[in-house]
Design a protein around this ligand. Structure first.
Ligand code: SAH
Length: 230
């Protein structure tokens, strides 16, 4: 199998993303490591399906054009490193931190960073709602982690004012459940980007900007967030 290089390169060109051959090679090696490790350790429910490159590598990169230059970025619930590892490989200007509540996954991401020599990513095992609030990010991303109002409560308190949260979703349907979250968390909708992946899957990036301070009470503890989402 292996990386679908032709598809990947044409996607990268179309989106005007700059990538050298050694970066493409790192994406290929990362894909191999995920598939191999997963067969042994059941790391994620991601499997070695034929369109792995599209569903996970290309998909992770759809956010790249919207990430500000030199951003300090956080990936919430990174799992095996999606979307943060492809982002870190393609955007050496961005300082990437990736968190997940499961230590096994974090160890895998850090091992990939070391073996593939991707110095601008660091993974940590911590829950998003337990992140210190004195350390803030310019950009936060999350893919396949939770419903949008929940994600907003996890992400916005640790964004800089003017910073953006990019939620990787299939559609923009969840936006209609977020009116209270936008108001309570001092946010506005910055952009909604809909696109079709090369396998015809729909993808939607919901980009939310923080425009003012977050009240101190957020994020609440996770059971509250889940039981009574904003
Ligand atoms: N983003 C990856 C993984 C999605 S699975 C991908 O797209 O493939 C969701 C992951 O989020 C799981 O690994 C889970 O451990 C993690 N997670 C869920 N809630 C979390 C929280 N509150 N803080 C940190 N990680 C969380």
């Amino acid at each position: 199998m292996g990386l679908q290089v032709v598809l990947l390169k044409s996607f990268i060109n179309e989106k005007k993303i700059v990538a050298k051959d050694d970066q493409i090679e790192k994406l290929r090696l990362f894909e191999n490591m995920v598939i191999e490790t997963n067969e042994k350790f059941n790391l994620t429910n991601i499997t070695s399906e034929p369109d792995f490159t599209i569903k996970h590598i290309i998909d992770s990169l759809v956010g790249v054009p919207y990430i500000p230059k030199n951003a300090k970025l956080l990936d919430i619930g990174t799992g095996a490193g999606f979307p943060s590892m492809p982002i870190a490989i393609i955007r050496p200007d961005v300082t990437v931190e990736a968190i997940d509540s499961t230590e096994k996954k974090i160890n895998f991401v850090n091992r990939c960073a070391k073996e593939l020599n991707v110095p601008n990513i660091k993974a940590m095992s911590i829950r998003a709602e337990e992140m210190p609030k004195d350390n803030k990010y310019d950009c936060i991303v999350a893919r396949a982690v939770a419903a949008l109002p929940i994600l907003m409560e996890l992400a916005v308190p640790i964004l800089n004012i003017g910073g953006i949260f990019i939620a990787y979703k299939a559609t923009q349907d969840e936006l209609s459940d977020c009116k209270k979250a936008f108001k309570e968390l001092n946010c506005e909708l910055d952009n909604v980007v809909t696109l079709t992946l090369p396998n015809e899957d729909n993808r939607c990036l919901i980009i939310i900007k923080k425009i003012g301070e977050t009240p101190d009470k957020y994020p609440r503890n996770y059971s509250q967030i889940k039981k009574k989402p904003l």
